[in-house]
Design a protein around this ligand. Structure first.
Ligand code: SAM
Length: 343
C-alpha cells in the first residue's frame, strides 16, 4: 500500500489515482503503446530488488513506459532512441529548453485540415519543426500513425462524427510537455538511431561499464503483424531474427515485449523468462478476447525470479493490475487461464 501513497496524485474528481493509471503519460498517441505495461515492469523491478540507474528504451515510440517508471521513482534516469527521426526529434525537444517553444506552438496552432496538409508535406529544416510535425500529425491522424498514407481523423471531407481536432486538447497537452521538460536532467540521452547502435553506445557508457547490473533494457520492437501499416520504420523477418540473436548477448537486465503472434511464441516460447501478459483492464470483454489481447514478454529477470522460486512456472498468462490497484499486485496468475501452455 505504501507504493500507492508515494506515487499518488489527485485526479480531477479529487480522488486518488495511482501513478500507473494516468492515461496522459505520453503526449503522443502511439500505436501499440505500452503504457499499461509499466506497472508490470515496476513489479518485476521491485520483486527482483533492482536498483536501476539507467532504463534504456531503444524502440522508444511514445516512451510511456520509460516516463511512467521515471515519474514513479522506479528508475533514476532514462535513455530513449528511435529509428524514426520525427519521433526522436519530438523527444529531444521535449527534454530540452526548446520544449517551451514547442508548447507555445501547440497553444497557438489552428487545428485545421489545411494545417494538416501543410504539416504532411513539410520537410522540417529544424529539430523544433520536426518535433512539431511529429506531434501535430500524431494528434490529428488516424491511430496516431505518421505514415505517408495515413489520413486525418474525420477523413479528408471531415464528414465523420469525429473531427480533426478531437484529440487535440491543446492546454492539457502543452502543459504535459512543460511538465515533462522538468525531467530533462534525468534523461541521459535521446537519439535517432537503430537499436543496434544504442546497444553499442550504452555499452560504452561508464554506468554500464562500471555497474551493468544497474542498467535495464526495455525492448519493444515493431509488431510481427501489420507493423508496416503503423510505423515508418518496421521490421523485416530477418530483422526479427537478428534481434533474437542480439538479445542473447545483452549483458545485464533486459525485458522484451512483442505482440502475441505465433512467430513471437516460436522464437521465444522456450526461453525460461517467457510469459504472456494481459494488457486488457476491462472486465466487460469475454475470455476469448482476453487471451487474444495478451502480450508476449521475455526477460532474463523473470527467468531469474522463476529459478529462485519467486515467480511461478512459465507459460501462464499473467494478468496486469486493474485500474486503481497497486503496482506491486502486478504479477498474479490469471484465474481464468490457470495453466495456459503456450509456445
Ligand atoms: C512498437 S513501437 C514502440 C512503442 C513504444 N514502446 C510505446 O510504448 O509507445 C516500435 C518503435 O520502433 C521503432 N523502430 C523501428 N525499427 C527500429 C530500429 N531498427 N531501431 C530502433 N527503433 C526502431 C519504430 O519507429 C517504433 O517507434
Amino acid at each position: 500500500m505504501k507504493e500507492t501513497k508515494k506515487h499518488a496524485r489527485p485526479d480531477i474528481y479529487g480522488n486518488t489515482v495511482p501513478w500507473c493509471t494516468r492515461s496522459d503519460v505520453s503526449p503522443l498517441r502511439y500505436p501499440g503503446g505500452k503504457r499499461k505495461l509499466a506497472p508490470f515492469i515496476a513489479d518485476v523491478i521491485t520483486r527482483a530488488k533492482l536498483d536501476i540507474e539507467l532504463f534504456v528504451e531503444p524502440f522508444a515510440g511514445g516512451g510511456a513506459v520509460s516516463i511512467s517508471l521515471l515519474e514513479g521513482g522506479y528508475v533514476k534516469s532514462i535513455a530513449l532512441a528511435d529509428a524514426d527521426p520525427l519521433v526522436a526529434a519530438f523527444w529531444r525537444t521535449v527534454f530540452s529548453m526548446k520544449a517551451l517553444r514547442l508548447a507555445d506552438m501547440i497553444y497557438d496552432v489552428d487545428v485545421t485540415l489545411d494545417e494538416w496538409h501543410r504539416q504532411k508535406s513539410l520537410e522540417p529544416r529544424t529539430e523544433l519543426q520536426a518535433a512539431f510535425k511529429c506531434f501535430f500529425l500524431n494528434r490529428t491522424s488516424f491511430s496516431g500513425a505518421l505514415m505517408p498514407q495515413t489520413g486525418p481523423i474525420g477523413g479528408r471531407s471531415q464528414s465523420g462524427a469525429y473531427k480533426i481536432d478531437c484529440r487535440f486538447n491543446r492546454e492539457k497537452l502543452a502543459e504535459r510537455i512543460l511538465e515533462l521538460q522538468k525531467l530533462s536532467n534525468r534523461v541521459a540521452f535521446v537519439r535517432n538511431e537503430s537499436y543496434r547502435k544504442t546497444l553499442r553506445n550504452v555499452r560504452a557508457m561508464r554506468v554500464f561499464r562500471d555497474t551493468p547490473e544497474t542498467v535495464l533494457w526495455y525492448l519493444d520492437p515493431p509488431f510481427f503483424a501489420k507493423a508496416e501499416r503503423l510505423y515508418s520504420y518496421s521490421f523485416s523477418e530477418e530483422q526479427h531474427d537478428v534481434l533474437a540473436q542480439d538479445v542473447k548477448s545483452i549483458p545485464g537486465h533486459w525485458i522484451l515485449s512483442y505482440d502475441d503472434h505465433p512467430e513471437a511464441r516460436e522464437k521465444y516460447g522456450k526461453h525460461p523468462g517467457f510469459a504472456r501478459v494481459n494488457l486488457q483492464y476491462s472486465a466487460r470483454i469475454d475470455a476469448h478476447e482476453r487471451l487474444v489481447a495478451s502480450e508476449v514478454i521475455v526477460s532474463n529477470i523473470i527467468a531469474r525470479l522463476r529459478a529462485s522460486g519467486d515467480l511461478q512456472d512459465s507459460g501462464v498468462v499473467i494478468q496486469l493490475p486493474r485500474r486503481r490497484q497497486i503496482p506491486s499486485a502486478g504479477i498474479v496468475r490469471n484465474p481464468m487461464f490457470p495453466r495456459t501452455q503456450v509456445g
